[in-house]
Design a binder for this molecule. Structure first.
Ligand code: 26W
Length: 823
């Protein structure tokens, strides 16, 4: 083990011999099998337990240090943690990957096969959930006292199958075989209350006759790099409270009693598979309150274990809201402090505004959460009352400072009055937080200029930027062993914890030998990806061709359709000039569409139809292939991303808050083709404008077009190739069995084109030609790719988390105790 950092650890446990004995032991005594009867799954569990055993000491030590040092902790509240698989990550963190592999070989277990058997923990939709997972990894790596709180969904993100070109969703019952990484903590259970009625009592409220659900904690450990520390991720699972069913039970209505039990356990059943809109769904609101209430009760319990009263609460606790989904934490903390602990309003509110901070992840109006007052009143009457009170006091203050501005009062209120009255969760979050951040420079600027401009007048010092990052452990060290080994051989292994060291690769960018090895690593990863594609969806692709990849959620604003328009154009051009020197390309798509998102699903179908026509047309001479890889998820991303040459980051400028996939691709040596949006801009600034393909209108131009009447048809009429592409689509060239299939796509493009694909089309195609030109010059391409890797130091989530820790949360890394002398 390289550096033990926080604790002393018996290295003799990490030899191949010791690990072999451990695994065999765990197989017999924890799994209950033996060498003869063990299935692959049994082996997976045995290995899991043996590895987990090697995390436990550090985990316990971390908890003890936080307690002993009475350190300020940060609690990261997130509805989503998209952690993916845990085993390989843990083996790398504990530096036992190779010995475990050898131990398995000695036991006759197929290491690679069993690693591949681990289900992904897909408890998230996409960027926001994956960011939360990277953040826990970075907290553990930096030794920051913190915890993640979320929901232990029984069903994670749905699995996607493609049937006749169309997406079919299947439930992801990821816990079906049990999950060996988690510990149930029944002693950490809390009652979460819903509904009921209020009875006024000396200024506060009694909340009676509620419908109760029990939240029970399940902990898993997130080990940091080199086991600097282990952070706890605590997920809540719902259990019926005895009380609810007893009446029916006593009446002898056993079935009714059990049915009710099921009802209340529904709250942690399923992740909402939509990354933008789930407004108005009652169960979603229940989920939000359920996990927030349990987390806050737990946080206060932990505080009171070591402190008397709440005087120091804000010095010891920081609570972060990952988007507005946990915003009910604000009235819940008020309720607990006022009603359960008898603090006065000013003290309680003062604590709130020192404790909370909030990250905004999107500016899109349809994604900004709001809940009907009627629903909140019914489900959480006390909280609705508190929100009214918070709002009244706030509006009084606004009125004091801007006495003549009634329009401002209306805009800034926590409650939207037009139409059905709704609580605006973003406004509530901003008001209660001492810091509010966006997730890239551009996004943070737009955020203060648009959705929060009124709040900026009131509280200018609150707003800041924290550009997203990704963990280099999973996204380079784990996902790309070939490139990692090459980098290790030149600059040593420390980049894993200090990503800025990658800058030292700059001086190797022109060295032929390094270039050669760099190309070999990429080739290796492309073959790995090609093998996977050959298995599913079963298309043979040429690993020598340029791998052009767009992997992310399917969304109109992300413009997968623009990519398709370019593919169709390229196809036409190849047919028109079959003799020309075309750079062979494989265009890869992957991503899920929300099940109710008609356009996104139609675009998946279009991609598959276009793929079928092009891949079966021998006239292309195999110089263009299109592939849709089903069921994109973290474990697939770990194979897809290292195999890419070109990374598609082509959102309409101003719409992608940051993007984090863009960082993963660049870190793995893909060149980006992208718009001037989100973190693409910062990537460009770090890798050098000459090493990235930028195209398209910028934010101001997009806004200007929107403002002065954007006419997509003009672009269509003026551009012959664009017109051809759209006409062929409209004629059913890709769906001869149903020529009308893409009429809605065509109409959307020609009639409104909300995301301005047509405005960027010509520039995009030109830019793609430049991509080909560079790819024809392997040395120049490789040089650029190396400079991309070398420039990615700033995008480590360690950097991001350091900034949060010092500028928002005020938490410090745990002091590493010095080993006692003589030991
Ligand atoms: C179900 C409701 C809902 C609504 C919005 C669920 C999830 C969301 C998120 C805001 C969507 C999301 O993941 N946003 C992405 O956040 C990433 C991390 O900051 C950014 O990199 C992406 O640009 C942003 O789209």
């Amino acid at each position: 083990m390289a550096s033990l950092g926080a604790f002393e650890y018996d290295k003799r446990l990490n030899t191949v011999d010791a690990l072999r004995r451990s695994i065999a032991n765990r197989l017999v005594y924890a799994v209950g099998k033996d060498l003869r009867s063990a299935t692959q799954r049994d082996w997976l569990f045995a290995v899991f337990y043996a590895v987990r055993d090697r995390i436990m000491d550090c985990w316990r030590e971390t908890r003890a240090q936080v307690d002993d040092q009475d350190a300020k902790r940060v609690y990261y509240l997130s509805m989503e943690f998209l952690t993916g698989r845990a085993l390989t990550n843990a083996m790398l963190a504990a530096d036992i990957y190779e010995p475990v592999r050898q131990a398995c070989a000695q036991l006759g277990a197929d290491f690679d096969a069993l690693i591949d058997l681990e289900p992904d923990a897909g408890l998230g939709n996409g960027g926001l959930g994956r960011l939360a997972a990277c953040f826990l990894d970075s907290m553990a790596t930096l030794g920051l006292p913190g915890m993640g709180y979320g929901i232990r969904y029984e069903y994670g993100m749905f699995a996607q199958r493609i049937e006749h070109g169309q997406q079919v969703e299947e439930p992801d019952y990821w816990l079906v075989n049990g999950y060996p990484w988690e510990f149930m903590r029944p002693e950490s259970s809390y009652t979460v209350r819903f509904g009921g009625r209020l009875v006024p009592q000396n200024g506060n409220s009694l909340w009676l006759d509620t419908e109760d659900v029990i939240a029970t904690a399940y902990d898993s450990g997130v080990p940091g790099s080199a086991m600097r520390s282990v952070v706890t991720m605590r997920l809540w699972s719902a259990r019926a409270s005895g009380g609810v069913n007893l009446d029916a039970f006593n009446r002898g209505d056993y079935i009714q009693a059990v049915e009710e039990k099921n009802q209340s356990e529904n709250v942690s059943r399923v992740l909402y598979p939509d990354d933008r809109t789930e407004h108005g769904r009652e169960l979603r609101l229940r989920q939000e309150y359920f996990f927030v209430s349990a987390s806050l009760q737990d946080i206060l319990w932990r505080h009171l274990r070591n402190h008397t009263g709440f005087e120091q609460l804000a010095d010891k606790v920081a609570i972060h809201l990952n988007d507005t989904h946990p915003a009910l934490a604000v009235p819940e903390l008020m309720r607990l402090l006022l009603d359960e602990h008898q603090l006065d309003w000013a003290t309680a509110w003062g604590l709130c505004t020192r404790i909370f901070s909030y990250t905004n992840h999107t500016l899109m109006e349809e994604a900004l959460e709001s809940w009907p007052v009627e629903l909140l009143t019914r489900m959480l009457p006390r909280h609705m009352g508190l929100i009214y009170e918070i709002n009244a006091r706030f509006l009084a203050e606004v009125h004091r400072r801007f006495p003549s501005d009634n329009a401002l009062l209306r805009r800034i209120s926590l409650i939207e009055e037009r139409g059905v009255r709704r609580v605006l969760m973003a406004n509530l979050s901003v008001l209660a937080s001492h810091k509010v951040n966006g997730v890239s420079d551009l996004h943070s600027k737009l955020m203060v200029d648009t959705i929060f401009s009124d709040f900026v007048q009131m509280y200018p010092e609150r707003f800041c930027n924290k550009t997203n990052g990704i963990t280099p452990r999973r996204w380079l060290s784990q996902a790309n062993p070939s490139l990692s080994a090459l980098i290790d051989s030149r600059i040593g292994p420390d980049w894993r914890r200090d990503l800025d060291q990658l800058a030292r690769l700059r001086e190797l960018a022109d060295e032929p030998e390094f270039q050669n090895s760099f190309q070999l690593a990429k080739q290796h990863n492309k073959r790995r990806l090609a093998d996977m594609i050959a298995r599913n969806p079963g298309v043979v692709v040429d690993p020598e061709s340029l791998f052009d990849v767009q992997a992310k959620r399917m969304h109109e604003y992300k413009r997968q359709l623009l990519n398709v328009l370019h593919i169709i154009t390229r196809y036409h051009c190849i047919l028109a000039q079959p003799q020309a020197d075309w750079v062979p390309r494989t265009v890869v798509f992957a991503g899920k569409a929300a099940s109710a998102y008609y356009m996104a699903k139609l675009i998946i179908r279009l991609i598959n139809d276009v793929a079928r026509v092009i891949n079966n047309d021998s006239r292309t001479g195999g110089r263009l292939r299109v592939v849709f890889i089903p069921n994109y998820r973290v474990s697939l991303a770990e194979i897809i991303i290292p195999g890419a040459n070109l990374s598609e980051q082509i959102s309409t400028a101003g719409t992608e808050a940051s993007g984090t996939g863009n960082m993963k691709f660049a870190l793995n040596g893909a060149l980006t083709i992208g718009t001037w949006d989100g973190a693409n801009i910062e990537i460009a600034n770090n890798v050098g404008l000459e090493n990235i393909f930028v195209f398209g209108n910028r934010t101001e131009k997009v806004a200007e077009l929107r403002g002065y009447g954007y006419r997509p048809r003009d672009y269509y009429e003026d551009n012959f190739e664009l017109k051809c592409a759209i006409d062929r689509l409209a004629e059913g060239a890709f769906s001869p069995e149903e020529p009308d299939r893409y009429r809605d796509v065509v109409n959307a493009l020609l009639e409104s084109d909300h995301y301005q694909l047509l405005a960027d089309y010509a520039d995009y195609c030109d830019c793609q030609d430049k991509v080909d030109d560079l790819y024809r010059r392997p040395a120049a391409w490789t040089r650029s790719a190396i400079l991309n890797v070398a420039g990615m130091g700033a995008f480590s989530s360690d950097r991001t988390i350091r900034e949060y820790a010092s500028e928002i949360w005020g938490v410090q890394p745990l002091a590493v105790p010095q080993p006692a002398s003589g030991s």
